[in-house]
Design a protein around this ligand. Sequence first.
Ligand SMILES: [Zn+2]
Length: 745
Amino acid sequence: MSALSRRHFLKSTAIAGAAVTLGRHSLRAALAPGTPAGGAIPPAPSWVDQPMRWAQLTLVEDDPGKFDLKFWLDYFARTKSDAVCLSAGGCVAYYPTKVPFHHRSTWLADRDVFGELVAGCRQLGMVVIARTDPHATYDDVQAAHPDWIAVTADGKPRRHWASPEMWVTCGLGPYNFEFMTEVKREIMSAYKVDGIFINRWNGHGQCWCGHCAQNFKAATGFDLPRSASPQDPARRAYILWNQNRLFDLWQTWDQAVRAINPDSCVIPNAVGGALSPLDMKRIGELAPTLMADHQARHGVTPPWGNGQKGKEYRAALGRKPVVGIFSIGLEEDYRWKDSVQNPAEFRLWALDGIANGMRPWFTKFAGSINDPRWLKPVEELYAWCATHERYLRNERPLARVAIVYSQQTLWFQPGEQRARQHLTDAANGWYHALVEARIPFEMVHDRLLDFEHLRDFKTLILPNIVALSEAQCAQLRQFVERGGGLVATHETSLCDEWGVKRKDFGLAGLFGASYAGKTEGPMQNAYLRLEHDTKHPLLTGLEDAPRIVHGVWRAEVTPREKLLPPPLTLIPAYPDLPMEKVFARTSKTDIPQVYLREIPAPPQAYQPWGRVVYFPWDIDRTFWEVLSPDHGRLMRNAVDWVTNEEPGVTVTGPGVIDVTCWRQKDSMTVHLVNLTNPMMMKGPIREFIPIGEQSVRVKFPDGKKVRSIKLLVAKQPVPIIQIGPWLEVTVPTILDHEVIAVDLG
Ligand SMILES: [Zn+2]
């Protein structure tokens, strides 16, 4: 990069972040782009916290000719939906637009379908937001404005992959910055909606158009990157510049609509939470509310996947409302967008989202009803939510454990690390282990590790969080020094925040172990010896097991200090064929496969010790792949040991339950979502299978009196049994879910 171009890069990105040295390039980190002009974040619209039950009607182009307005308004009323998202414009305009090249529905005639819907919903007292989708356009647009169209790597204008008569638009050029800004202004001026939800607004992969090439060069000095490696300086610059452009685009639109209606905003589809190409920390600062768009499961996905998104979004949004979009149709790769899913399946998906603090949003594609089987189940679910609204208006979760997620690790970790693991497997392993252990937990963004964001947590889990800056490592050390617990796995902190490998872990001091320069794997037929003489609580529940299976990848590490005998030692891999050769060449080594440390804290700390468990191997990723209960047990024991306090809620009984615990203004709740089902790991659920009695023990807040306890699904009061600070509640059975509501005086 030339000095001149480097100046350009610095100028365009020097908003926040630390200077880093990369070979001969010194770049300034630009992970906080898109600060609005003047630097102030505009206030949240007044309506943002009101809606608890969202409806979405995504119109298709021929709807205006056949669409039954009365039916939909009636359905919104019957479901007690208090907010709605309605298709307005972008790809198709459902109102008489005057913006040149804004394509009116061919079936619109002289109607204003969008306007009719808005008026009807307003009469119902609903919050109304308009949906726009700018990602595809038509031949007339391409002919008049060829530079509005996305370009492929070989220089050709890009046809739409599913509707080949259409064109894919460039997300970062004048189509979005100019044309779609006019569209938004027109919608806001004409209808004064409460907000605009932007769908598929962020482009579809890299665009090679002239605007992108020129703007990228001007900002960074680089040509558009040809390599996918995040270690390529041009690719790294692109990852950051792409975010800058998108944050600028969002803010451009947001300012345009607020100039017309100050009590409105533009809400982006944040595409993916932890998997988003956009920095969730920055999104969380700018957005007054967000909709998590994980509509249903597909392939092998557990039903907790919806709640997981809620946790990822909440990590960035704090107490701002998080809304969970669920589909009433199938979400498989074949995209049957006009389908209806088995109601038990979408009900469980929505319930897990609600239990995890999300406000439900059902989405229906097309105004016609080809299959009515979803209508009644959504109505029933929403009716229950409306009845118990005050117990669903959560103020904060009561979890004490949190899993850290790291977008920078996803973006920047080196290729060989990316190649050997699915990027989210380690985190999913922890997620599943904690659900099985019935430990309520949250998620935390790795760029929000400051005291304020961590104060409610006793334990943090780092699931192979490879890329961490020195500053982040320092925050984690402070957390442990304050008495916090930490569990980390495998190559956590082996790279800096840019994915550049360090000689040693950034957290080597906490781990009590240093990287020996090598990672072994994939290991076939390797084992762990359980050293029961240590009597360590890590081995609780495994007392009758002399050895268990190892993981698949193992970082070679050396201890940094004299260790107590470790509870897990390595039995190295040995041949798995021919069968005659399958015997351990070494049945006992003294190589630790777990590092356990208790760290003295200063006298003013609220706990005498911070505890750390470090597994040098991929226990979490292997657990996700193999689901060995032995690994699950070790993970749970590790969390229990570092947390080192009595849990705030315990649930004892059969089955798999997602347990969450919440505080509201005058109450607290424990949600129990019954995931026990032969279709738990691969939907769709056919039917709910009731599970038997659960004994629940809940610690209630200091200084509060319990007025009453009830079960919100069984619809029955339960006796108040109080033992010290603990309430004991028996839940006789759970079909799909139960909520224990404790009214506090
Ligand atoms: Zn472009």
